[in-house]
Write a protein that binds this ligand. Sequence first.
Ligand code: DSN
Length: 417
Amino acid sequence: MTTSHSHLQETDPAVAEAIAGEERRQENNLEMIASENHVSEAVLEAQGSVMTNKYAEGYPGERYYGGCEHMDTVENLAIDRAKQLYGAEHVNVQPHSGTQANMGVYFSVLEPGDRILSLDLNHGGHLSHGHHVNFSGQLYDVEQYGVDPDTGYIDYDAVAAQAVEFDPDMIVSGSSAYPREFDFERLSEIADEVGAYHLADIAHVTGLVAAGVHVNPVGDADFVTGSTHKTIRAGRGGMIMTTDEHAEAVDKAIFPGGQGGPLMHNIAGKAVGFGEALEPEFVDYAEQVVANAKTLADVFTDAGMAPVSGGTDKHLLLLDLRESHPDLTGEEAEDALDDVGITVNKNTVPGETRSPFVTSGIRVGTPALTTRGFDDDDMATVGELIVERLNNPDDPDVAASVQDEVDHLCAKNPVYE
Ligand code: DSN
């Protein structure tokens, strides 16, 4: 990848320098935010293309503007490739984000005041699943399910009982910090029993599902939403998958219901990334993402920092620091790691007692490091560095030695050659 940005450097050095700084930061830090990844240069090229100039309200073959023939080509490519990856009958690739995708689903079949049953944010859920600070919690009547405090797993019998009691119009599954696979089939059965729709939000695991290393809810859930830039490493944004039955309602809810012109440069990036995910090497990547997360879980467990639920089935771990590091908040842990070039995010945990700005935990993910080539041995070293730093957050000698090792790992596994 070019790092010069020569034209921008001339016309707008302030922005050029910020972009160059971010390139250096990504290259020289261990990016372990579970929702982030490093896309290919091909995806970057598509996203930075003239596709950004074009308005294309409507859908392929049915646009409200002229000159959309190339927009139709990339949008159809993105749709067809997503259908191949997930086996969906209908795909909408226009949502600007995962939250917009969820909004599109809600708007397609729910009325304000309808009832949603979803996973609590502190137990790994997402703001757009009905949190009171989000439109979803303001427009709908929301109840939430949680994880069993003893096991850290969702208790599906408890969810079934709650569903009978609450009588929701929609059950939402999927998460941003629940480290275990969902039993999508069981949730669809529960939804059927109470006459509710089932929305499975696979935002974090779109890549793992595409590669077949995580269960696919398409075919069980009425609606499946996802982000397109996390584990799937495609252009930034969201998508909705559904059956032919709900296709028209979903498309109308996205445009004109919830959005204006689609972000065609991002849709071009989605098409490119989906094409890459159809290649056999993508399965190797996804398998390594999960293997790396399991390696981290073993290192943390051996160090007395057992992750919530005892491990992971996917690309992320949630560490509740209250027992292992009672004097360290999630915020302090995030800062301590940031100081030595390891980027994670503070995260609320089941039974959280602190504010979302402070928290008692951190979330740690492997998609981005796996993209830059980290294998099991590298990941074991990363886990040991995290333990070392969190055990000695005020020791400058430890900080210096961890930083040295981070520098070495980054140099050995460059993001962009
Ligand atoms: N911001 C994303 C995450 O980190 O999980 C969710 O939207």
